[in-house]
Design a protein around this ligand. Structure first.
Ligand code: 15L
Length: 273
């Protein structure tokens, strides 16, 4: 769907942003609207900011299939940031992150839209920190939340092979204003790098169904390699390295947490001896 062959920085068609009222959604809404993008914002929660110029907001539940299809109609891309974004009891994850994904992909198929999916490092959280993995390494979800993101990635693959719906599956590390602990010296994704990543994921000419590791240019980011950043034309510009002096000693003290890429999520609900 890209329009970037002539250097365009705006998609020709509107872009649907789900999860617009969440922390990352609000950043994307503000920054992409400022670039002149036509945004359709949606979330189950009210949008807490002033709706930016060129954008509209409509509250919708991801489980409302008809509403999601209507919102996606005429869009060239869906930035899917909606759903449960942390570990929760299974029943709270299942609806938005499993059934909701079906509604998103059906809406994308009907609209002929590309999906940029906010996946997570918790799809692979049980890989150890001494291992370097690539997008073809086995899934090792560390939580119901992580397993739901695996399902989202599987839907992306299914809809690409069966229906030709393109997806950029962004395995976000830790996207916060700044790193707050030692793990984030590896996993941190700055807001600026997130916005530029989403921009390229929407504008890149052809993406098929590809995976991007959502982390900034952190010299300790040695756990993840071999993604599709060259295909979409994205390189991170920020780095967590400058925070090493302030957060480098902030660890949990738990050897299981510190051994695994997913950090604290691996110990949530843990019952293993
Ligand atoms: C995520 O996927 C979560 O959405 C976020 O709240 C953090 O926990 C992040 O992963 C992380 O691993 O730091």
């Amino acid at each position: 769907m890209s329009e970037d062959t002539s250097g365009e920085t705006r998609p020709a068609a509107p872009v649907l942003l789900t999860g617009a009222s969440g922390a990352l959604g609000r950043v994307l809404a503000r920054e992409l609207a400022a670039k002149g993008w036509q945004l359709r914002l949606t979330d189950i929660a009210p949008f807490p900011d002033e709706v930016p110029a060129g954008a509209t907001f409509e509250a919708a539940d991801l489980l409302d299939r008809a509403a999601i299809a209507r919102l996606a109609k005429g869009c060239g891309a869906i930035l899917h940031f909606g759903g449960t974004s942390v570990e929760r009891p299974f029943d709270e994850v299942f609806g938005p992150n499993v059934q909701g994904l079906y509604n998103i992909y059906e809406a994308a198929r009907a609209a002929g839209a590309r999906v940029v999916f906010a996946s997570s490092n918790h799809t692979i959280g049980f890989h150890t920190r001494s291992t370097t993995i690539d997008p073809d390494s086995p899934y090792r979800p560390d939580s119901y939340y992580g397993a739901s993101k695996v399902w989202g990635e599987m839907m992306g693959r299914l809809y690409w092979h069966k229906h030709g719906v393109e997806s950029v599956l962004v395995r976000i590390g830790s996207c916060f204003p700044e790193p707050v602990d030692a793990r984030m010296l590896a996993t941190w994704l700055s807001y600026g790098d997130l916005v530029r990543l989403c921009e390229r994921a929407v504008l890149a000419p052809q993406v098929g169904c590809c995976v991007i590791w959502g982390a900034s240019h952190n010299s300790r980011m040695t756990w993840w390699e071999g993604d599709a950043r060259d295909l979409i034309g994205w390189q991170p510009e920020d780095s967590a390295d400058g925070y090493a002096g302030t957060v480098g000693d902030k660890t949990s003290g738990d050897p299981v947490i510190e051994a695994h890429q997913g950090g604290a999520y691996v110990k949530m609900g843990w019952t293993r001896a």
